[in-house]
Ligand binder design. Structure first.
Ligand SMILES: [Zn+2]
Length: 166
């Protein structure tokens, strides 16, 4: 009966279903984000003009404006990595959606793989990936054990905001 309690041997990544659990999310902070940024920067040593700081700022803006809805965020644990996938709006002016995938080291939290379907995303570093990393850092900071529903936090603050309505 309880065959989801203990599954024998994971065969491939496809056997593990995506879920909303954050229980295995490693500690993920700005430190790990910075580490990923500097690594991506080095990979492009020939392109010194790459505006790394701009990407962080834009990632923050994307997060603030909810380009990336937490409803699209799914996770799974595979051997020693914590995998996350999400969808992010390409930009303000378009309805284009990009697919993102990020793998974190389960113990250290460092970014092992990052990929986005946008042009810049092949390098593992773009506004959308930054946005997702910031979102994960928030989950880690708030010690969430599940990906929150996108509307949850706003509706709750609204509920508090309504004075004595019965
Ligand atoms: Zn991208």
């Amino acid at each position: 009966m309880a065959d989801n309690a203990e599954k024998p041997m994971v065969k491939s990544s496809k056997d593990v279903p995506w879920c909303k659990s954050l229980e295995s999310l490693p500690v993920f902070t700005k430190k790990e984000i910075d580490e990923h940024r500097s690594k991506s920067g080095k990979r492009k040593a020939d392109d010194t003009s790459k505006p790394i700081k701009k990407t962080l700022k834009r990632g923050l803006k994307f997060q603030e404006e909810r380009y990336l809805s937490s409803d699209t965020v799914y996770t799974k644990v595979l051997s020693n990595s914590f995998m996350v996938r999400a969808k992010c709006r390409a930009s303000m002016s378009t309805r284009e959606i990009h697919d993102l995938e990020v793998s974190l080291d389960l113990t250290s939290g460092s970014v092992m793989v990052a990929h986005c379907t946008c042009k810049a995303g092949n390098s593992g570093y773009c506004n959308h990936i930054m946005c997702l990393l910031l979102e994960l850092a928030r989950y880690s900071l708030e010690e969430l054990d599940r990906v929150p529903e996108e509307a949850a936090c706003t509706s709750m603050s609204r509920k508090w905001g309504i004075p004595g309505k019965i």
